[in-house]
Design a protein around this ligand. Sequence first.
Ligand code: UD1
Ligand code: CA
Length: 454
Amino acid sequence: MNLSVIILAAGQGTRMKSSLPKVMHRIAGIPMLEHVYRRSLELGADDIHIVYGHGGEHLHEYCSDFEVDWVLQAEQLGTAHAVEQASPKIKPDNIVLVLYGDVPLIKSDTLKALVDKVSANNITLLTVDLDDPTGYGRIVREAGKVTSIVEHKDASEKQKQIREVNTGILALRAGYLNECLAKIENNNSQGEFYLTDVIALAVADGNEVLTAQPENSYEVEGVNDRKQLAKLERIHQQEKVEQIMMQGVSVADSARVDIRGELSIGNDSFIDVNVIFEGEVQIGSKVSIGAGCVIRNSKIGDGCSIKPYSVIENAVIDEAVDIGPFARLRPGTHLHAHSKVGNFVEIKNTELGEGSKASHLSYLGDSEIGRDVNIGAGTITCNYDGANKHKTIIKDGAFIGSDTQLVAPVTVGKNATIGAGSTITKDTDDDCLTLSRSIQKSIKGWQRPTKNKK
Ligand code: UD1
Ligand code: CA
């Protein structure tokens, strides 16, 4: 059976008090609309229609990689009117699933159960029982069967007691949906065309309304303001962290880890507090990640130790590497196995060979560093001449003395030693000691300057 999804996203979102369209606000680093879009893809939707409103014209710029049909609802006349902007384009035999761009945590399993139940003469509706149903459309049943949905504002005192509410998510045949939409009127307290009226129409036609419920009520919670956004963010983060814990990862405090993207991490790894993962991050087994680290789009091998407050972006780190505290690994960094990068070391676009060490206070940019190299404290690769970037090559076994400047392009030979405090501007030979500092002398009787008298 073919599935079409309509995602309603025309709401103004005024309570967000934002210049950004509501559905572009993020959960786990991903716009709410994209969460819903991804669930639609997981369901195998053949076509996806996003209904947007005024002020939302920029949505498709933000979401330019979405393969969807963008549909403008110029005036917001209600949920039925919104669906009607897209539904006539859908093949009559397709099943239509209606989703909401501001209901981001819905699960594809929940939706699949709903879609699977649709047949030629029924409608399936997702409902949920709430302790406080205020504001929601109530599910009215007779002898157990759904007969209608009554909006809170239109409900009688008795109907307001009903705790089973409409989530707004429903599925039915496109052909039948369009028949119903044509009959819906706006003679209600809000003067809107309610999608929920489809239910009473279907019942009048002798069609059945089947319901399903999500496993968790947060799946159907909508976001209207930033408090609700933050609440769903925490729920989502807790779920993601619990997933990795179930895979054998220890976490110091599950409330103080944020996974904003896709994280895969091997067992017996440990994550201390306030660690943030962003984008696609792959981490091996037995990796320890200290407090306050930020790791973005990187790959980290087994047995690495990343000490507190290190920031790692677009880097590849092989096995058993020691990093930090306070290390900054920028894009293009590749640290080979058993290497070490210590505190206040910044590395960019650089290979650090197996067993090599840069333990303190260095900048290594655009360099190729061999194995078993020792980079002394304060070493700087001067890779930028003000116009262009140049490369530094340091061959296997070299020893770079502290406070050395390597003015690129420059090559340091194999097993070469550079004396501390040198400024190296020319390539150095293998196995030699090279220095560029003046000979130390002492001047006897030299006087320090004194303050001028006024
Ligand atoms: C709707 C349901 C209600 C349900 C509740 C769940 C109707 C009539 N009522 O009420 O039964 O309990 O959701 O949250 O459907 N939208 C458009 N265009 C419009 C109107 C709405 O795109 O013209 C979108 C909004 O952006 C929003 C969603 O549809 O994402 C729901 O609309 P809203 O007006 O908030 O409906 P509720 O009053 O919450
Ligand atoms: Ca709403």
